[in-house]
Write a protein that binds this ligand. Sequence first.
Ligand code: ADP
Ligand code: MG
Length: 255
Amino acid sequence: PEARGTLLSVENASKKFGGVVALKDVSFTVQQGEILGLIGPNGSGKSTMINAISGIAPITSGRIMLEGKEISGQPAWNVHAAGISRIFQNVRVWGSMTVLENVMIAHPATRDLDVLRSTFGARSANAAEDEARVAALEALSLVGIRHLADRPASDLSFGQSRLVEIARGIVNKPRLLLLDEPGAGLRGGLILELAEILKDLRDKGMTILVVEHRIKLVVEMCDRITVLNLGEKIAEGSAESVARDPVVVDAYLGG
Ligand code: ADP
Ligand code: MG
């Protein structure tokens, strides 16, 4: 895709857990409108990086900037409000609610419905609910499961529930979507389907940072790749160049 400037920049990020150095002086950028893959062997610091960007577990030193504004040190809700959505690895849908309701409750307009209703009356609450419903239906369309909107979420397969999680993550139209191993637990065909969905979101203007360890999925969908090993960045570039880089091959095979 066309380069449209830097959306996120991670600058000299380090993270220590007591004596464990999980990230060591890591710098990289995410460009507007790209899918950047963050890969590396187990324990290389990928989840730590996603947690740091989303404000769940801040870095020990360095900084993280979203369009030139520092977000490191901000609590998770501020980072979310600034336009960064994080998809959780474990599926957390409410089985007794419909698929549509599961997505609607992630929309900011539904947060204060009771207050709206008691202060401004039913009409303003209904308007907020309509806004959330429209956005939720659109999000379900984007992940290809709008036809399941009225089904109870308990009817869904594991893979469909993962798509509901993604719909929840995009319902507020984030500027950056973070995914930590979205293909975990999915079978081959579904993984390729997921890659198509993420590429489609990218083509519609979303910027995506995805952690994945399956090289096949990474090569299939990422525009660029950053490789971590033992908390340090060891390579960066196109999927093809990274997959052929002897340093990367060694990190994966040498373990
Ligand atoms: P990855 O996601 O690439 O598999 P992680 O980011 O989960 O790697 O972990 C990186 C390193 O940090 C590992 O050595 C891991 O044991 C350590 N680590 C991660 N989270 C914690 C924590 N909460 N407390 C202590 N050590 C942690
Ligand atoms: Mg991880």
